[in-house]
Design a protein around this ligand. Structure first.
Ligand code: AP5
Ligand code: MG
Length: 200
């Protein structure tokens, strides 16, 4: 795994993590693993565990890390033989998640942090919900406010711990302007990885 990039994609609810990941996948062909999507897949399986997860997600709180990390670990294991790189979207959300990921899966090369005001994030999620054929259970104003609160409680610790590999990107701009900064950062990581492989 050390020859392919592992990128954490961080930022509050509705900042645009999924949107930027879709563009990265289109350009670089990386494997996109969203912790929220993996959890929603578990919920839609209708299992007892899925029902427990649904209740936590609808409250806007964090699911216990062993659940999320195990879903991510399985997904990485399944994909790693053929992957050009991993985008880990929505993880870590608190610093112990970052520590556990690096111990149990692999060190991250880069964290992209999409910085956005709460007002913008709230507006973006409400517009997504208004346009959606099937609305996410957590895309209502009360749960969004709780998700924002959960995000605020944990983020400064993560940004502090991983300052040396985090790039903060102003996510208040247009999708394509944000993506220019994303591409610069990923190209830089890919160059570093190529040099490291050649040096071996
Ligand atoms: P998750 O599914 O990750 O949700 P989230 O972090 O709240 O973020 P969203 O997916 O809602 O938004 P996004 O940043 O992807 O934005 P998007 O691109 O869609 O997590 C859900 C829940 O699962 C959590 O609350 C928690 O309970 C649980 N969970 C997940 N990970 C966990 C973990 N690690 N540990 C524990 N629990 C976990 O964009 C939003 C909208 O804005 C779209 O309509 C889009 O078109 C629009 N948009 C995007 N960019 C722009 C732009 N630049 N300008 C204008 N509009 C834009
Ligand atoms: Mg998302």
């Amino acid at each position: 795994m050390s020859d392919i990039p592992i990128i954490w994609v961080l930022g509050g609810p509705g900042c645009g993590k999924g949107t930027q990941c879709a563009k990265i996948v289109e350009k670089y062909g990386f494997t996109h693993l969203s912790s929220g999507d993996l959890l929603r897949d578990e919920v839609s399986s209708g299992s007892d565990k899925g029902r427990e997860l649904q209740a936590i997600m609808t409250s806007g709180a964090l699911v216990p890390n062993q659940e999320v990390l195990s879903l991510l670990n399985n997904a990485v294991t399944r994909a790693k033989g053929n992957s050009k790189g991993f985008l880990i979207d929505g993880y870590p959300r608190e610093k112990n998640q970052g520590i556990a990921f690096e111990e149990q899966i692999a060190p991250a090369d880069l964290a992209l942090y999409f910085e956005c005001s709460e007002e913008t994030m709230l507006k973006r999620i409400l517009s997504r919900a208004a346009a959606a054929a099937v609305k996410r259970a957590d895309d209502n104003e009360a749960t969004i406010r709780s998700r924002l609160q959960t995000f605020k409680q944990n983020t400064s610790d993560i940004l502090g711990l991983y300052a040396d590999k985090t790039l903060t990107i102003n996510a208040e701009r247009d999708v394509d302007d944000i993506f220019i900064d994303v591409v610069d950062a990923i190209d830089c990581i890919l160059k570093k990885k190529q040099k490291a492989v050649k040096a071996c």
